[in-house]
Write a protein that binds this ligand. Structure first.
Ligand SMILES: [Zn+2]
Length: 307
């Protein structure tokens, strides 16, 4: 099998080695290795004739190997043959926060580079790290797969911005479902929970006809290969008969998108309006609110009036 070319950031190597050695010391494991690390490290400090940047680099690289960290990434990459087949360069870099973590594919001409940003503390939980990388790399692997026919400029088939956001949410849920199902099928696992994803799916497809919803769920979780275009087509409203024929609108209270606003305030529902007015003095009952806000204020009214 062709090995992918992997490059680790120098600070990523240093920090992950440092954190791993400290964790071993804390747990009282492999004390001889930890001691050897500190000895060699202080010996390098005393070798002033070597070039500053390289004298520590080799030390950390050696321990990165010895601690099995390098092998951890290579073993995992073996499950993603698309990378080596497409001759992709893999860069693993240090990320400074949750938001800058994740894998991205860069294409320039025939060059393909997969940049993966990770917080170095992830190295202390290899189980989670494995499930995280499985998910991220499966997504990139799809992008490289000719059957997926990935197009970075693919249209989301939307008439307006609200529709486009909804289509994107649905598309992402479907792709995540496809990734998690395939990982589970081959005995792997993702950090994304299947139960959570299913609930998300039901929420974002809530206005679809039940039989449509079921067949889309089946396609996303059981069919492979599937193309990006099929997933987008499943996500878009265009050409589809929805349960609700109305266009999406924004709730005046929470600003989330909804297909139907509650604006019937007859009988005891009128009392909810006075509760809403406490928080939203500008709001008038004729504007209505989404079903989620309605439920929230109704339950608050119940609590408020029960005593
Ligand atoms: Zn709302």
């Amino acid at each position: 099998m062709v090995q992918p070319q992997v490059e680790f950031g120098t600070d990523f190597i240093e920090e992950t080695v440092f954190l791993t050695v400290h964790e071993l010391e804390r747990q009282g494991q492999q004390m001889d290795l930890a001691m050897r690390f500190h000895e060699e490290r202080s010996r390098r400090y005393e070798a002033p004739d070597e070039i500053e940047s390289t004298r520590f680099e080799t030390l950390y690289l050696n321990f990165f190997n010895e601690l099995g960290l390098k092998q951890f990434f290579y073993r995992l990459l073996a499950d993603f043959p698309q990378f080596a087949e497409k001759n992709a360069r893999i860069l693993i870099r240090r990320a400074f926060g949750r938001k800058s973590e994740g894998a991205e594919l860069f294409v320039r001409g025939s060059e393909r580079t997969v940049v993966t940003g990770l917080q170095t503390t992830r190295i202390l939980d290899l189980g989670f790290l494995k499930s995280y990388l499985n998910h991220e790399w499966m997504r990139i692997s799809d992008m490289l797969d000719p059957d997926f026919k990935y197009d970075v400029h693919a249209s989301l088939n939307a008439d307006n911005e609200i529709e486009e956001n909804l289509n994107r949410d649905r598309f992402r849920v479907l792709w995540d479902l496809s990734i998690v199902s395939r990982l589970l099928n081959r005995g792997g696992f993702s950090y994304r929970d299947m139960g959570n994803l299913k609930r998300q799916f039901e929420r974002v497809f809530s206005t679809w006809l039940p039989e449509d919803r079921d067949s889309i769920y089946d396609a996303a979780t059981k069919r492979w290969p599937i193309s990006q275009k099929s997933l987008i087509d499943f996500s878009a409203v265009v050409g589809r008969k929805r349960c609700s024929e109305t266009a999406p609108v924004r709730c005046p209270l929470c600003h989330f998108t909804t297909y139907q606003l509650v604006n019937n305030w007859e009988d005891d529902r009128a009392r909810i309006c006075s509760v809403v007015a406490e928080d939203y003095p500008q709001w008038i009952p004729e504007e209505g609110m989404c079903a989620q806000c309605f439920e929230l204020f109704r339950s608050r009214k119940k609590v408020g009036y029960s005593s």
